[in-house]
Design a protein around this ligand. Sequence first.
Ligand SMILES: *Cc1c(COP(=O)(O)O)cnc(C)c1O
Length: 493
Amino acid sequence: MFYKSTRSNEKAAKTAAEVIKQGLADDGGLFVPESVPTLSLKEIEALCKEDYPVRAATILSKFLSDYTYDELLEDCRAAYDEKSFVGGAAPLVNIHDRFESLELWHGPTAAFKDMALQIMPRLLSRALVKTGEERTALILVATSGDTGKAALEGYKDVPRVKIMVFYPVDGVSRVQKLQMATQTGSNVNVCAIRGNFDDAQNGVKVIFGDKAMAETLNQKGYFFSSANSINWGRLAPQIVYYVSAYCDLLNAGKCKLGESFNVCVPTGNFGNIFAAYLAKLMGLPIHHMVCASNTNNILTDFLRTGTYDRNRDFYLTMSPSMDILISSNLERLLYFTAGSEKTAAYMEALKKDGCYTVDAEILAEIRKNFSGYFTNEEETAETIKETYAKYGYLADTHTAVAIHAAEAYVGESGDTRPMIIDSTASPYKFANNVYRSVTGKEATSELGALDELSAATGTAIPYPLAGLATRKVNFEKVVDREQMAEAVLEYLN
Ligand SMILES: *Cc1c(COP(=O)(O)O)cnc(C)c1O
């Protein structure tokens, strides 16, 4: 299996190891496989009897053909083991009737980024060997909170990589700060900067683009790499849990082999929902994909009108991981629907004017598979409250956005197939807002909200968030943004 850029007509020529190491294509496009491998109903039936790591290795081996099955199985077993994912990697929990919550947050940071970030560093580590790279990869991450922690947990103690995370000192929540400052591992570093998230991100960009810095690193035996969400190594592992969820539906007798189901995904960067689309192209019987947004409803508008327009207000919501105006992975869907020439033109227009409109046939094709719905703040809080009061299911803010969107889709379409709702974060990750929605009261403090939510609902705080305040702080460094490069060099010395 070879890979090519979404923006070029060239023949696919890169291996999976090469694209995982490289991240973004040379022309600025995203890497896509030359074709989509198939998954037969017979293979799905066989996977029903297997555990999550075997399901994952089987699906990944179809895309990462330059990795052996045994290598992939070893990595999947290490990534999705019971110690990190207590109670299983992606359990399916019934909410009510035909609504099933696919809980993707049982990993070490209690959010769905773990599903990809636990395996991707291992794939990168092997990619270095496969591509003859002798240096160590230095991953630099600028984070507004959640991605940085998930990356730290994923890269921790993986051979041949080091990771350094920068976060704005006053721009993350107390829980997020504690999560990062108490990070353990022999190859990790965390540094706060005086500035906001944009300063942190720009600082990392400047370091990535600095030739002298790259040369200094080279002499020390390092090269820069990123843990970006557009990396194919983060996308491919996300296909797995859709297949796994179908196996679990079959095993529970909620579906017969070959019968179709729907999915509803709380969407930001369009990575998670695009993985569902790839699963469908492989042969998984997904009927329809519901793209759920919050008040930042740029994707809802796109799916309704064919115009993607980022010239609009940006809102901070209680589902912050979906507060996004550029959904980078949408480019991969455009490529599969419209081809590389049109995709390149749309992306050029997006860069120049912040806006593009797809042809009517292309929109019609996309709408065969996708519908967009959005959930405002009031509806999100109301959904958390109702879902808990009526069904005893405690949903986080992102999951609630999806539950509400799924209800809207079912109401409008009358489609009664089983509906898999991606649950992307533990309710404890956003304990303040969940507590307020459920009880109508304010928590005493952000950290206090964890205990108060637990007491009010009789549910347990997940292990990654329990006892945070008493853990040992390992990183206290704070620097000015001009000192970020210096901090990197200091870390390597
Ligand atoms: C990243 C994230 C999302 C959005 O996923 P995309 O793949 O970017 O669409 C949704 N919910 C949570 C909690 C996330 O962390």
